[in-house]
Write a protein that binds this ligand. Sequence first.
Ligand SMILES: Cc1cc2nc3c(=O)[nH]c(=O)nc-3n(C[C@H](O)[C@H](O)[C@H](O)COP(=O)(O)O)c2cc1C
Length: 222
Amino acid sequence: MLSFEDTVRLRHSPRAFLSTPLTDEQIHEVLQDAQLAPSNCNTQPWHVHIASGDTKRALTEAMLRNDELGQVTPDFSFDYADFYGDYFARSQEQAKQYYDVLGIAREDKDSRHQALLRNYAFFGAPHVAFLFMPSFGDNVRVAGDIGMYGQNFLLSLTARGYAGIPQTLLGFHADSVREILGVSDQYRLLFGISFGYEDPDARANQLRMDRIPLEQSVVFHK
Ligand SMILES: Cc1cc2nc3c(=O)[nH]c(=O)nc-3n(C[C@H](O)[C@H](O)[C@H](O)COP(=O)(O)O)c2cc1C
């Protein structure tokens, strides 16, 4: 297992996976790690559904069909237009660097859309975890708990030699996911994590996003 220092530095979001599946035991080890995440009042509000094989294929088909019909059913809003200032600039920079790595021109809308649709094929990953949550109040704190769980999950994958990518886009099809997985509509879908072994030869996986300097995020008060 990798050290924490190596794990946190090596983790990144791969967008191309090998088809090689993880064993049930390997997936359980990752889930045990994720389960140790902290949560408000130890409520442990994560409800996780893992899809592989035919179930995963059915999900891809449903999401692609929804996309063709222009149908989305997100439980929580997401709009680039809500970002502003530096946040908006960083989101633009991320998109630019991703399309540059793929060799897709800014004005090539069709290729950009095809690249976006790879989300719904889980970037070729053999497994996907859907992170559902109950609804409490304005949902901000429970979403924070799910974020803690998700990061444990991602770091565990990396430390153990696997890889995963969190995907808000999977939450755009919450109704289809609930229907296919038989999940009650009392649970809301925050995001999914596609996971497996990263494809080391894929262009998409050359991307490494920078981080801003600490001074722009942290203020020390003494
Ligand atoms: C909650 C969450 C949702 C995300 N959703 C998507 C997504 O739908 N599709 C995608 O390609 N990347 C998605 N990302 C990946 C981010 O683009 C990525 O984390 C960011 O650019 C930093 O890159 P890194 O993870 O490689 O360090 C998401 C990340 C987070 C934390």
